[in-house]
Design a protein around this ligand. Structure first.
Ligand SMILES: Nc1nc2c(ncn2[C@@H]2O[C@H](COP(=O)(O)OP(=O)(O)OP(=O)(O)O)[C@@H](O)[C@H]2O)c(=O)[nH]1
Ligand SMILES: [Mg+2]
Length: 196
C-alpha cells in the first residue's frame, strides 16, 4: 500500500455519512494522546490530519482514503474535561453509533500515553473494543518523553497488561519514528486478513 497516496474524504457528524465501501483502520484514544499525529506520521505527512497541543481538536469522525485500499479513521478523543457536557455527549453518541456497524473494521489502534498507566476511560474503551471482537492493538505514544529507565518500566507494564488482555503492545514516538514500522506491519496484516 502506498501511504503517500492519501486523501481526506469526509468529517462525518451523522450515521448517514459513515463510509462503508473499504476496510477501516481506526485510531482511538483519549484527547491529546496523539491520534492525529500518529496518522500523519504513518502517512509521511505533516498535517493531513489536524493536530493541536490543545486537547479536543478532532471533533468529528474523519475519514482518510489510503491508496484506494482502506480508510484511516481519526476519532474524536475522550476524557477532555474542558469540553461542555453537551459536546461530550455528542461525541460519545458518534462513537457509539460508529461502532454499531463493524463489518468493515479491520483493526482498531488504541492509543495510550506511555507516561502513564491506562486511565479508567482508556480501560473502558479497550474493553468495549475487545468485546466487539474487532482485532485491536495498543500503541503507547510519546515514548520520547520518558528516560530510558522509565521507558523500560512502562514498556514492561504495558506488555504485561496487553498480554493479559490478549493483544499486542507497540511503543511509539512521533519524534523519533520508533514503532512506526511495527504499526505498519500490523495494519498490512489486518488488511490482508480482511481481504481473505
Ligand atoms: N513528544 C511527542 N509529542 C507528541 C507525540 N504524539 C503526539 N504528540 C503531541 O501531542 C499533542 C496532541 O497531538 P494530537 O495528534 O493532536 O492528539 P489527538 O489525540 O489527535 O487529540 P484530539 O484530536 O484532541 O483528540 C501535539 O502537540 C503533538 O505534537 C509523540 O510521540 N511525542
Ligand atoms: Mg486529533
Amino acid at each position: 500500500m502506498n501511504y503517500h497516496n492519501a486523501e481526506f474524504v469526509i468529517s462525518a457528524v451523522s450515521e448517514k455519512q459513515f463510509l462503508t465501501d473499504l476496510p477501516e483502520i481506526v485510531f482511538c484514544g483519549k484527547s491529546n494522546v496523539g491520534k492525529s499525529t500518529l496518522l500523519n506520521c504513518l502517512l509521511g505527512r505533516r498535517s493531513l490530519a489536524r493536530t493541536s497541543s490543545k486537547p479536543g481538536k478532532t471533533a468529528q469522525i474523519n475519514y482518510f482514503r489510503i491508496d484506494k485500499t482502506c480508510y484511516f479513521v481519526d476519532l474524536p478523543g475522550y476524557g477532555y474535561a474542558k469540553v461542555s457536557d453537551a459536546q461530550l455527549k455528542k461525541w460519545a453518541g458518534y462513537i457509539e453509533k460508529y461502532f454499531e456497524n463493524n463489518d468493515n473494521k479491520a483493526l482498531v489502534v488504541l492509543l495510550t500515553d506511555m507516561r502513564h498507566p491506562p486511565t479508567g476511560l482508556d480501560k473502558q474503551m479497550f474493553y468495549t473494543i475487545a468485546d466487539k471482537e474487532i482485532p485491536y492493538i495498543v500503541v503507547g505514544t510519546k515514548l520520547d518523553k520518558l528516560n530510558r529507565t522509565e521507558a523500560e518500566k512502562m514498556k514492561n507494564f504495558y506488555r504485561e497488561w496487553c498480554d493479559e488482555n490478549g493483544t499486542y503492545f507497540i511503543p511509539f514516538s512521533s519524534v523519533t519514528g520508533h514503532g512506526k514500522e511495527d504499526i505498519i506491519d500490523c495494519i498490512e496484516q489486518a488488511i490482508e486478513e480482511r481481504s481473505k
